[in-house]
Ligand binder design. Sequence first.
Ligand SMILES: [Cu+2]
Ligand SMILES: [Zn+2]
Length: 211
Amino acid sequence: MHNRRLICTVFAFLFALVLVGSSGAASVNAKERAAALLRNAEGKRVGMAQFTQESKGVRIVLTVKDLSPGERGIHIHAVGKCEPPDFASAGPHFNPTDKKHGLNNPEGPHAGDLPNLTVREDGTAVYEQITDRVTLTSGELSLFDKDGSALVIHAHADDQQTDPTGNSGARIVCGVIMPVRTISMGMPPGAGTLLLLGAVGLLLWLLFLRR
Ligand SMILES: [Cu+2]
Ligand SMILES: [Zn+2]
């Protein structure tokens, strides 16, 4: 009986150790992610955008539907607030570095400026871009500043030159960019086995020793 108590205690200790260790590894591997639910002026959900912090910048992947075909301006705006129908609440283009508008503007671009979105004949669009002018981490370029940020799609193409909006017209779709925490469990090899042994030890300890 004495032997079993010792073994179980050791297993329980190992279990606790592995738990603490793996939660440490998990927080190190946590990726910075964000998402925006895209709604049109009627408040109807028309798409979704996902943002992932990578070494080269923030990858934006977006799908949207129910738009009219053609080129559409798309930007990150300075305020994380999307009040229909005009979405004026989203403020101007995200511009922490105090530049002028447009990817082709010698005095630009705004941090929130992006290449145009192409809507297909069926009204859908798929869009993917990486921008190193914003981050999901902390600092000046962070999309998670005190008033947040929003992704906005416009009625017309952005000419990438005219300050401050690129003549892209009305705001027709808006989504608040919200942080999403995904924890990837980065456990060292063999930790799974240890975890299992620890769990068995804990179970035995509960069964036999806690009466
Ligand atoms: Cu815009
Ligand atoms: Zn701009």
